[in-house]
Ligand binder design. Sequence first.
Ligand SMILES: [Zn+2]
Length: 499
Amino acid sequence: MAGMKRFASVAALFVVVAVFLTVPPAGSPAQAQAGPFAITNGRLFDGTGAAVIDDGVVVIEGARIVAAGPAGEVAIPAGAFIMDAGGGLIMPGVIDNHVHITESLITGDILTPWLRAGVTTLVDTGTVRDGAVVDGVLIVDGIEVVRAFIVGVTERPPRVLLAGPLLTAPGGYPATRREPGYEVGAQPVTGPEDGRRLVESLAGRADIIKVAIETGFESDYDDVGWPVLDPETLAAIADAAREAGLLSRAHVTQEGELAAALDAGFDVAAHTPIDPLSDEILQRAADAGMIFVSTANIWGPDRGEAVPENLRRYLELGGRVAMGTDFPFQFGAQMPVGEMQMLVDGGITPEQVLLAATRDSAAAVGREHDLGTLEPGKLADVIVVDGDPLTNIADMANVSVVLLEGELIVPQPSTLAPLGDTNCDFTVSSIDAALILQHVAGLLPDFACVEQADVNANGDVNAVDAALVLQFVAGLLFDIVNVDLSGVRPSLHTTLWNS
Ligand SMILES: [Zn+2]
């Protein structure tokens, strides 16, 4: 299944991109906190496969992690801001390894909800091909269009990695699917030399290389069957990707296609095939180090029945699995709890699911050196999950803290009252608190006001939190007796203070 959506509104996209290219958005995703930052009082799942540490600490300086380990063994630098995880699970930000966002971006900002839910990296597996003409507009650089659009729709996107167009045989999947628009995402390849040339043209722009190897068999497609690239061309593409330092990824749906991908030397299967896979091919893929992206949810309950079982057996044989949803098929822009739950229901342990969503998803895009685990030197993509997803994976929906490259994303106000629209019932108004935080503490630099409600279910900093922060950090506020704390969740007692 492709997930390559229609691009009927790409002309409109160009108008918007042009605007944003000339007017850079306010704010920057650059790390903005002053000084070191520590998360304490949580169970630490560092994503390496090591046992959970019951009382863990993560220390961050700038965009990177400088220490992660048991409290008492990890030194917290003097002057660090400390965030209390409230006993939640401290873990790496989640990576969704298979999404298609181009069309959704046209309709607005879908990226902020993902990031706020704790998904810090998205892997988009199909953009518009260079030279496509959409609604009369020539697309010179399909990857640049999407990158510019991402910057245009949100000030603070999650990290988005892009595959470029889906390389395929002339007339092959998905170019000739019945739905209009699919052809603009498919890049026909005429032979080994053409394949090599195309990969070289994508090097430096794309983050991964993706190829379709689907012969066609699904009853809901018009086509009875599709041509696929010959073995020489597939091998030339995989080789050229390797030479360019990019991982290659094959869209496959059944065992024969998976075998062709292994023959050619592809690194990643963009989908887990839906037929029950033989032990032989699973062992062969495991030995080759191939990573399977899960995408269990897209096939529906009947056709996809074998997917979690294939993955369970693959893990047992030493294979590696990454988590991906194929958004926008079944689930929205959110923590992919549904995909995770399907894997757990299929017999994969919650720990294996979390490793697939972090460490092995980083490996599936060649980023294991700086993403996917909480270790010194890694980029500080860190989340705190309330509850215990290692026993109840559904708890992944309850993310109370999100950092992206060391920048605090959650808690933070999501809906900002206009500056001047102020005065809550507290002794110190929320707007004062926000401004003091902004200028004195330097911790939450991007907002002008905070919400005036006592409780914010999203875990945002609100007036109550601001008052507590002021009390502890700035020492400026002594009377918070009028603040009703009764409805505030424990994790919202942010307890930031200056050590
Ligand atoms: Zn897809």
